[in-house]
Design a protein around this ligand. Structure first.
Ligand SMILES: [Zn+2]
Length: 149
């Protein structure tokens, strides 16, 4: 099953009608690894879907997030909520300067989940791990700025 199909099935299970707009939103989420915000998705899809409203994007994202089909990463220092359609355990790296969010796959996370699961009695269903720092490009930018000063 594709990631997009998984998202659409989730909406169907939630009792939402699978409109063309919602299908396009699911396809977009399934094919991006850019951790979009609602506004990013809206702006990317609006040219092809002139009748799309930001509210439809929000509603679709909220439903998918509530049902655990996508993850809410929260804001990346830009006061905007980002979403991630990859629900496998992984680390998100957030750049404090350009607000880029990258995935960092790590086998430690799965091991950590299993250890917490076994130690706490909780059945862990997900995790949100965000590390903040400076991406390589922004480190170079800062370096060249301080050299000039
Ligand atoms: Zn950066």
């Amino acid at each position: 099953m594709t990631n997009s199909q998984r998202l659409m099935d989730t909406l169907k299970e939630a009792g939402m009608r699978l409109t063309h707009q919602r299908r396009v939103i699911c396809d977009y989420l399934a094919t991006t690894d850019a951790h979009p915000t609602a506004a990013t998705i809206y702006e990317a899809l609006k040219p092809g879907l002139p009748s799309l409203s930001l509210m439809t994007v929000y509603n679709t994202l909220n439903t998918l997030a509530e049902l655990g089909a996508i993850q809410v990463i929260g804001q990346a220092g830009d006061d905007t909520v980002h979403y991630d359609s990859d629900t496998e355990p992984h680390i998100n790296l957030v750049c404090n300067d350009c607000q880029k969010i990258e995935d960092y796959p790590s086998p430690y996370i799965r091991n950590l989940e299993q250890a917490i699961d076994a130690g706490s009695g909780f059945r862990i269903q997900g995790a949100r791990l965000v590390f903040y720092g400076l991406c390589p490009e922004c480190q170079v930018k800062r370096q060249s700025k301080s050299n000039k000063a």
